[in-house]
Structures are given as structure tokens and as C-alpha cells.
Design a protein around this ligand. Structure first.
Ligand SMILES: Cc1cc2nc3c(=O)[nH]c(=O)nc-3n(C[C@H](O)[C@H](O)[C@H](O)COP(=O)(O)OP(=O)(O)OC[C@H]3O[C@@H](n4cnc5c(N)ncnc54)[C@H](O)[C@@H]3O)c2cc1C
Length: 446
């Protein structure tokens, strides 16, 4: 029989949702969290201010029975609004069907509601309890406002995020053997305020992208009429954060590449100088668990770069998968093992797709063949729906398709699209008869 007491470490997005699922399975759950109660202070809950939520995230909220509470926070975004350097704008729909939206959601408000829902069903959350280390005797050492203490590591669910202290205590050692690959690009968040009437200055029905080759800006709407704008660019070198130090450099850079933004943000230079620059990276581990002592979940196990907007979504998917395995076994060691087998290949796949998507968003969309391939992939999806679903749609709209399958099929589909468009400039010049043959030869029905 499994011990009916569970400890979760970290009350971020993954830990708080997981605590709800475990409490619903009648576990007595205690969560320990480094921060003070985020409902009582106004700072950001962590990194980005808002997040894009898609099928796997929504499925997890439904699975936990809390979607109705969260739904009012969700702001639908139909596509990417591209802002080119010459001032042209173009809306590229994400999908082709009416239900194919992704949603912008405030990280802070989402985290508040998850914590509220957890406490309502009896989860105990201890704020300002910080993991300091994991020792050789297999204890987790904590610092808290009541002093330091130890917790024996037994069936611990570890959700302490991308900078996980639990994971890092295994740097260079088995079985976790973590690896952190820092991207040579960083990010900075800025705010496009609402206009004088409290309305959005850009359409709020889209995720805005200003692609500029080696760097880009993106903006997601917030419920109060403002947008969170994020600049992603190299950390060093030409056109890098390193070269944007003084007010003059910042002003000149925005005048050259993003002149429309200068009009939208009156205090841009001030914001740029004050807001921190964040690093981005991919975390991989050889293993995610140590026997039945602990399991790493969410960002702690597999943080990724944010360009497919799937970090939270995949962390929520982890919660669903773990919740579905828990009843199958009598020991946590077996549960942790099956979880790792099920989710590791999916984490590897979405991490690779997230890195790919950075190149697509900042550069790929500028390729004239990009729009043609997109148009062709929608047409193939319409005509051969069981064979061909665009990779982006598989990841964002199809909860039932695991990331590993989206990745494998996506690679095959990429070759098919390249082959069919190699000598074509528009959809009518594609040899469409050969398309069906190639698709049915290369892909199995889903
Ligand atoms: C710029 C940016 C944009 C992003 N955009 C998206 C997006 O659009 N869509 C998407 O799906 N994902 C996005 N993500 C990823 C998403 O933020 C993460 O995947 C998600 O927050 C993971 O949840 P988590 O609970 O694993 O980690 P976190 O949400 O980071 O939670 C970890 C928790 O552990 C606590 N903690 C940390 N250290 C300790 C300690 N020593 N002791 C105790 N507690 C501790 C932290 O305070 C925190 O509450 C983005 C990330 C970034 C950086």
C-alpha cells in the first residue's frame, strides 16, 4: 500500500496543480514553497508575466476539475500578427478550424487560483520554506521562518522549477546527472500600456511577433488592456543585449528595428534600463528519480526554451500522466519509473521543437516559402485529416497526440513539404496528385 502522505516541493504552476490532483486522490498533501504567499504581495510569481496555454494545459485543468475557475482568465489568440520592418502587418492564423486558438493567461493570477483551489480541498502550503540542500543521508534540508529542519526524502514530488536545488545537488552525479544548456540568447520583458481609455493599443486577439532574423519581439495581451512585450536576442555580439547599455544605444536600436514600438511605449528607455535580462536554457537529466526517494517533475526535470510556449503545458501534462499512474502500483519507486519511461521521450521531443521554433519565429516566417508551406499544410490537413496535421497544430491543439509523435511525424512532414514546394511559387503550381501518393507512402494514419 502507498503511504497516504505526500510532500510536494515548490508551489509554482506544476506543484500547485499536482497538489490538487493528489488531494483529489485522497492523499494528505503538504507543499513547501520558497516564496512568501504570492496572493499577499504584488510581484510577479516568477519569470514571464503571461503565458500561452494550449491543449495539454487545458486538458490538465479539466482533468483536475478546475477548468471553470480558470476559464475566465483565458484570452484567446487566433494567430500570429507579424509586424515587418517596413511597417507591413500580416495575420497568420495558427490553425484553420474555428476552435483552434491558443490562450494568453496571467502567470500570477493562474498561480493564485491554483493555490486557492489547492487550499480549498485541504492541501497544506507552507510558504517561506526553502530547500537548501539534499544530503548524503537522503534528507532535504530546509530553511524557514521557524528555523532550519530536515525532511526524509521519501516519495517526494519535486517541482522546484528550472533552477531546481534538488536537481542541482546531483550536478556531476548519478543517477540524475543533470545538464543545463544555456542558450546564447537572453530576454527582457517590457510593457505596452493600455491607451488613455484603458483599451488595447494592438489587437488583443493575436500573439504579436516582430521577426528580425537573429532577434525578435513578441507581445501577449493581458486582461487589463496592456501587453507584455518580450525582446529575445543574442546575449553578446552585434545586435545583442551587450551592445544595448546606454540610452542612446537603446533609442537608436528601437528606431532602426522597431520604430512602431517607440510610439506604443512612451517610457521605453526607462523600462529597458530597469527591467532585468533573463537567461534561457534547456535542462536534461539522465534520470528524473532516485528510487522511491523523489521524482523531478515539470521544469525541475526538463526546463526548455519558451519558443513553443510549452513549458507550463508540458509540466501540466506531467501532472496528468503521474495522476493516471499512481493507482497502478503499490510502491512509489514503480510509479516514478513508469512516469520517467512515459514522459522522457516527450520531454526530449518538445525541447527539440522549442529550439526549432525560435528559428521559425524570428527568421523562418521571413522566408517567402514559409507562407506557401503553411497554406499547403492546411490543405493537406483538410484533404487527408487522418494522415497529415501540421506539426504546430499537433502540438498546440491535439492533446491526444504525444509530443514524441508530433516530433517524429513533423520531421517526415517537413521533408514532404520541402519536396512538394521545391519548384513551386504558389499553391496552384504544386503537383497535387503526387502529394497524396507521397503522404500515404511516408505516413501511417493517426
Ligand atoms: C520568458 C518565458 C516565457 C514562457 N512562456 C511560456 C508560455 O507561453 N507557455 C508555457 O507553457 N510555458 C512558458 N514558459 C515556461 C513556464 O514558465 C514553465 O515551464 C513553468 O513555470 C513550469 O512550472 P514549474 O512549476 O515546473 O516551475 P515554476 O513555475 O518555476 O515553479 C517552481 C516553484 O518552486 C519554487 N522554488 C524554487 N526554488 C525553491 C527552493 N529552493 N525551495 C522551495 N521552493 C523553491 C519557486 O518559488 C516556484 O514557486 C515560459 C518561461 C519563460 C522563462
Amino acid at each position: 500500500m502507498l503511504d497516504k502522505k505526500i510532500n510536494i516541493l515548490g508551489a509554482g504552476l506544476c506543484g500547485s496543480l499536482l497538489s490538487i490532483m493528489m488531494a483529489k486522490q485522497r492523499y494528505s498533501v503538504t507543499v513547501r514553497e520558497k516564496r512568501s504567499d504570492p496572493r499577499k504581495n504584488h510581484g510577479s510569481a516568477g519569470r514571464s508575466i503571461n503565458l500561452a496555454m494550449s491543449a495539454k494545459g487545458i486538458n490538465a485543468l479539466k482533468h483536475a476539475g478546475i477548468f471553470e475557475q480558470i476559464e475566465p482568465l483565458l484570452m484567446p489568440m487566433k494567430g500570429r500578427m507579424l509586424h515587418f520592418q517596413d511597417g507591413r502587418e500580416e495575420l497568420q492564423p495558427y490553425g484553420q478550424y474555428d476552435h483552434e486558438f491558443i490562450y494568453s493567461v496571467s502567470r500570477l493570477r493562474l498561480n493564485h487560483l491554483l493555490i486557492d483551489a489547492a487550499e480549498e480541498i485541504g492541501v497544506e502550503i507552507k510558504f517561506q520554506h526553502t530547500i537548501e540542500s539534499f544530503d548524503k543521508e537522503k534528507n532535504v534540508n530546509f530553511k524557514s521562518n521557524e528555523g532550519g529542519y530536515k525532511l526524509t526524502a521519501k516519495n517526494l514530488l519535486v517541482t522546484d522549477g528550472a533552477g531546481s536545488m534538488m536537481r542541482r545537488s546531483f550536478n556531476g552525479s548519478s543517477p540524475i546527472l543533470p545538464q543545463e544548456d544555456i542558450l546564447p540568447h537572453s530576454y527582457k520583458e517590457l510593457t505596452i500600456p493600455a491607451d488613455d481609455n484603458g483599451s488595447f493599443k494592438l489587437t488583443e486577439k493575436a500573439l504579436h511577433v516582430w521577426p528580425r532574423g537573429q532577434f525578435m519581439l513578441i507581445a501577449l495581451p493581458n486582461p487589463d488592456g496592456d501587453f507584455t512585450l518580450t525582446l529575445f536576442m543574442p546575449t553578446k555580439g552585434e545586435n545583442s543585449f551587450d551592445r544595448l547599455k546606454n540610452n542612446h544605444q537603446i533609442q537608436k536600436f528601437f528606431e532602426k528595428y522597431f520604430s512602431d514600438i517607440l510610439i506604443l511605449i512612451p517610457n521605453l528607455i526607462e523600462q529597458f534600463q530597469e527591467n532585468p535580462t533573463g537567461i534561457l536554457g534547456t535542462v536534461k537529466c539522465k534520470h528524473w528519480h532516485l528510487n522511491d526517494h523523489f521524482l523531478l517533475i515539470g521544469d525541475a526535470a526538463h526546463a526548455m526554451v519558451p519558443f513553443h510556449a510549452q513549458g507550463m503545458n508540458s509540466a501540466f501534462d506531467d501532472c496528468v500522466v503521474l495522476d493516471s499512474i499512481v493507482k497502478k502500483y503499490d510502491t512509489w519507486g514503480e510509479i516514478f519509473k513508469e512516469f520517467e519511461i512515459k514522459q522522457k521521450k516527450n520531454a526530449n521531443a518538445i525541447q527539440a521543437m522549442a529550439l526549432d521554433n525560435y528559428i521559425e519565429m524570428r527568421d523562418g516566417v521571413l522566408d517567402p516559402k514559409f507562407a506557401l508551406k503553411k497554406e499547403l499544410s492546411f490543405r493537406l490537413e483538410k484533404d487527408f485529416p487522418t494522415y497529415f496535421i501540421p506539426r504546430y497544430s499537433m502540438v498546440m491543439f491535439h492533446n491526444e497526440i504525444p509530443y514524441s509523435v508530433s516530433y517524429q511525424r513533423g520531421e517526415i512532414q517537413k521533408n514532404i513539404l520541402n519536396e512538394l514546394t521545391i519548384n513551386a511559387d504558389n499553391i496552384d503550381s504544386i503537383d497535387y496528385r503526387s502529394a497524396e501518393k507521397v503522404i500515404k507512402q511516408e505516413l501511417t494514419p493517426l
